[in-house]
Design a protein around this ligand. Sequence first.
Ligand SMILES: [Zn+2]
Length: 231
Amino acid sequence: MAVIDIRNKTPRTNGIRPLSAIKKIARHHSATATGNWDAFWPHWKNTRGWGTGGYHEIILRNGDVELCYDPEEITNGVANQNTSIYHICVVGNGSFTDAQEKTFDERAKIAMKRFNLQPKDILGHNEFPGTNTSCPGIKMDTVRARLSSPVASTKDDTAYSSPALKDETELNLGSKARRQMIVDQAIAAGYNKVWQTKLDDKSITDADLLALGAGTSVRNSMPKVEDVKAK
Ligand SMILES: [Zn+2]
């Protein structure tokens, strides 16, 4: 699974909100057999007259995900209720691939943690009041049951389109293994070993981990002495 960051090319006119305004995660389908942002945007812009796209994330048929907007951006997904919703679209028409479902679960868990939400807060488009649509084309009770059960950790084969995105996503997952990895990398990059102690006694905060992750990226991107000499 790859996370493809397209946030720098998506237009936006809807405005923003604080993260605390997000109360629900909506699952959609595209109601098309195939597609991606580039395929959907002309319809949204020209037919619907939108200045912002329909979703924060689009999960492609192969399980890769296009990250379209930061969660602070208000996107279009459920009329008149978008201010409180984070939108995830799964490309397909009532039929989805195993790779897509695996990605949806991963992305939904990241979003739940980030916005402090529960499986009950993940709704299909047609579960919101006042809607009349076949979207999202799947039984949401099944999806929510999946998200309620703890999943054994699996090999991480996720690829990211930028190091910053990788740091951000890993931090949001917040698993013990990922926290350990951030600290390991930070210490390898020259940070004080006290961070390992803080991890062990659980006094490390998310802000600490974010700073360590970002700092490690910066340190690792600086040229080594050998590199400079070689030029
Ligand atoms: Zn929908």
